[in-house]
Design a protein around this ligand. Sequence first.
Ligand code: GA4
Length: 321
Amino acid sequence: MVVASPNLSKTGKLREIEIPIIDLSADRSEVSKLIVKACEEFGFFKVINHGVPHDVITRMEQQGYEFFAKPASRKQQAGPANPYGYGSKNIGLKGDIGEVEYLLLPTNPLSIDDNSKTISSTDPYKFSCAVRGYVEAVNKLAYEILELMAVGLEAPDPSVLSRLIRDGDSLLRFNHYPKVDGGATSPSCIGFGEHTDPQILTLLRSNDVDGLQISLDDGVWVPVNSHPVSAFCINVGDVLQVMTNGRFLSVRHRAMVNSYNSRMSMAYFSAPPLDATISCLPVLLTPQKPPLYRSFTWAEYKKATYSLRLGESRLNLFKAR
Ligand code: GA4
């Protein structure tokens, strides 16, 4: 079932569109078609009835709120982000800034346990349990969505995408966008500047404060409202654009801040292992549609990602000749 999600903002260069909301409990073959359509059209959709338990989400959110409520000096003990750890205003390694503070974490269980000690000295066990539980649940959801995509693309092997994220280099990010005076009316209202996500798939949860925007190919920004609250936002990353030979769009997006409410989001970036080779799925290649990108390893792509600014297009570096 696709529920219309009308967007009410009409200010400036913002446009109303209906972002697909896909019910994952509906008929599998129907759902796989809807997912493919959304990925082709927007590189973005929302899912409901996704199977991630409500208490797993709230436990995780609670940990995020508790961490960001700590004094700056305490949070800084978990930073500076290089690229992992606590960061405030500085994004990445090339001088990008935004009105955001965040925690960026690798998701393998050992790293979670290790990082928990600096992030939550009072109760590292509680933090680590919440994060482990959440990662397990969203990773399962990522598997399911990637399988549905493969089915929708008519790949002979339905696990051709999902198996790539097994023991992968997936990351977790808590973003906190404090309210900013003059937010939404001044240039400083950008919380996280426009970019695409380098990985395969991003699964994002946020509180009920708006701020996320996606860009259509004509450069118009579309606000994604935070309704329904129980949904996850899913976006295609660069690697999936390469694997689908440009059929799925790695969508440009950004996060805005406002002067009324602070926003918190939690993003799970599902990625392949560093040594995985990324290339187009054979089922999508024809003599008329040769590969748009050359093959590369995830390590190679990740290195290119960190050598560029946030908004720069790294995919251009990997175009086939
Ligand atoms: C964008 C998507 C993820 O948040 C992220 C970001 C990473 C970081 O913050 O360390 C990057 C950014 C993201 C792309 C370009 C580089 C790297 C900041 C930056 C300027 C964790 C990721 O994988 O790439």
